[in-house]
Design a protein around this ligand. Structure first.
Ligand code: SAM
Length: 205
């Protein structure tokens, strides 16, 4: 049988720093939805380290979903579900609620409408007080945070003109418009940021 597991060196490097940054935000026992799970290595690591939570990985790419499921099977974790087909840009998501939502390294490698869909979907699924956690490279104050990120951004835009490192402030403005707080920002290794948005109480009407 072929081994369908994909491996991401970056995910192996950043999985523990990300987990350290967010573990106290995830309310146990709770359903943690991960959007754009990629290889699945984050999901499996988090499920191993946080056995009181249930992890729901997802990705729009069938090859990623096969990898996620293969990593889950190989790890033997029982608190991670099979990967869902979920395109953040699509307004129809295949589940109705989650206690927290994670999305790492998708926003810069997808058209802006995926970010719009992500924030709208998170607003639909999360109850007041629940966190939406984003991780990746972002511009701040109209500038890249490193020369490496500027080069990365140029490469992304050359590959696909709809991709690119986004302005933190643009993502935050959209999040606030969807009913989230401003971002709590943590600087991470390799010039990445963790952004935590908390769902505010829904306004009547
Ligand atoms: C760079 S990988 C990141 C994977 C993983 N989150 C990580 O940090 O290692 C980007 C992932 O985003 C997924 N993706 C891109 N656009 C998406 C969308 N509109 N909805 C859901 N997933 C998407 C891709 O299929 C890919 O698995």
């Amino acid at each position: 049988m072929p081994d369908l597991r994909l491996s991401s060196p970056a995910a192996l490097r950043n999985r523990d720093p990300i987990l350290d940054a967010i573990r106290d935000l995830l309310p146990p026992p709770g359903l943690v939805l991960e959007i754009a799970s990629g290889s699945g290595q984050h999901c499996v690591r988090f499920a191993e380290r946080l056995p009181g939570h249930v992890f729901q990985p997802s990705d729009k790419d069938p090859r990623a979903r096969a990898s996620i499921d293969a990593w889950i099977a190989a790890s033997g974790v029982t608190n991670a579900r099979a990967a869902l087909a979920l395109d953040a840009a699509d307004p129809n998501w295949p589940l109705a609620a989650a206690d927290a939502i994670l999305c790492f390294n998708m926003i810069h490698i997808a058209p802006w409408r995926a970010t719009q869909g992500l924030l709208a979907g998170a607003a639909r699924l999360l109850a007041p007080g629940a966190p939406l956690v984003l991780y990746g490279p972002f511009r701040r104050g109209g500038a890249h945070t490193s020369a490496g990120n500027a080069t990365f951004d140029r490469d992304l835009r050359n590959e696909n003109r709809d991709w690119g490192v986004r302005d933190l402030e643009s993502v935050e403005a959209l999040a606030i418009a969807e009913g989230f707080t401003a971002a709590a920002v943590t600087e991470m290794p390799a010039n990445n940021l963790t952004l935590v948005f908390t769902r505010k109480a829904k306004l009547p009407g």
